[in-house]
Design a binder for this molecule. Structure first.
Ligand code: BGC
Length: 345
């Protein structure tokens, strides 16, 4: 069977290869991959900057945003059922992983499908632990491929609400910086919760943002500070300078959440009094969030389906490129929407 593989830590080694057929062992469910989404992490791995192959192996099967179909009945799943699967697995020796929260792993020894020490989903068949599978409702169909990035947003929002809720706080006004898949999904989740949302990015306009009832600001002609202050600011552009600025965009008790990655070695600027005075006197918080707990996956699937009901045409426009596995370079180069690799119709 074919798979999209790469040699981690080596640049441009990604290619399609014939790999041995996977058999499900006792306790596993065999699933057939329909489609995998491509994100910045896949690009970083492919550029040799991130990722680890399974122990004793040279190649890593890519793909952590999966949509699959169950091949055989078993363990509460039925043949033909749509599923996705979690990414991160327990390190086996920390209290967070012991409580089924590898998203909060305290050692960093976790493994991640398609990223760290575990093969991913960009191959025709995968044998999966049923506890890691998440059912996708029929109504969601191929949009189920968005479950993984949505789970990242759900975790961030759950944590923001928990942090905000440590004291009286209202989430009325939010700013999302970045209009890639995470920025757009975040915009739609916040709109589902009837929050007033501004989404800012470089392009002159963004129809998908406006279709959700959020307002769009092009950073080309607007300073973020002109948009006023916010209860919640999400950085999903992956720009460390903007990340530093988020603290200055907050209202009293405001929360800034960082989701984009910016690995560039650089010094960023932040006005001294924003950190030294306002953050203290106004009880502001800046935090980062990665990965997702199972509860976030369940919330993601439910909210994606609610969003599809409310904005059916808009949701269909989230995936802007669908190509077969062998055309992966196009998907990796694609910007301006989610690109997916199709393994089966
Ligand atoms: C994935 C997360 C993962 C993170 C770090 C992201 O692209 O969505 O699930 O934890 O990369 O490896």
């Amino acid at each position: 069977m074919i798979a999209l593989v790469t040699e981690p830590a080596h640049t441009h080694t990604t290619h399609v290869e014939d790999v041995p057929v996977v058999e499900a062992r006792e306790g596993e469910v065999l699933v057939r991959t329909l489609e995998v989404g491509v994100c910045g992490t896949d690009r970083e791995i492919s550029e040799g900057l991130f990722g680890v192959a399974p122990e004793g192996e040279q190649l890593l099967v890519l793909g952590h945003e999966s949509l699959a179909v169950v091949e055989r009945d078993g363990y509460g799943f039925t043949r033909g059922q749509l599923v996705t699967a979690t990414v991160r697995r327990s390190c086996g020796h920390c209290i967070a992983c012991a409580e089924d929260s590898p998203d909060s792993c305290l050692t960093g020894d976790y493994s991640e499908r398609g990223i760290t020490r575990l093969h991913g989903y960009a191959r025709e068949l995968v044998a999966e632990d049923p506890e890691q599978l998440v059912a996708i409702p029929k109504s969601l169909g191929r949009l189920g491929v968005l479950a993984e990035p949505t789970s990242i947003c759900e975790r961030a929002l759950r944590h923001a609400r928990t942090i905000g809720g440590r004291q009286p706080w209202q989430l009325e006004r939010a700013l999302v910086i970045g209009a890639g898949a995470i920025g757009l999904l975040m915009t739609y989740l916040l709109r589902l919760a009837d929050v007033e949302v501004w989404t800012a990015s470089l392009e002159p306009e963004n129809e998908l943002v406006e279709q959700s009832g959020a307002r769009y600001a092009s950073t080309h002609d607007n300073e973020l500070s002109e948009l006023g202050k916010f209860d919640l600011v999400i950085e999903a552009a992956g720009n460390a300078q903007l990340m530093a600025q988020t603290l200055g965009l907050l209202r009293r008790s405001g929360i800034a959440c960082l989701l984009g990655i910016d690995p560039r070695v650089q010094t960023v600027e932040l006005d001294g009094p924003v950190l030294g005075v306002d953050t203290i006197l106004e009880n502001r918080v800046l935090f980062g969030s990665v990965n997702a707990h199972r509860q976030d996956w369940l919330a993601a699937v439910e909210d994606l389906d609610r969003a599809r009901e409310r904005w059916p045409e808009a949701l269909e426009q989230f995936v802007t490129l669908r190509v077969p596995l062998d055309r992966f370079p196009e998907a990796f180069e694609h910007r301006g929407g989610k690109a997916t690799l199709v393994l089966s119709d």
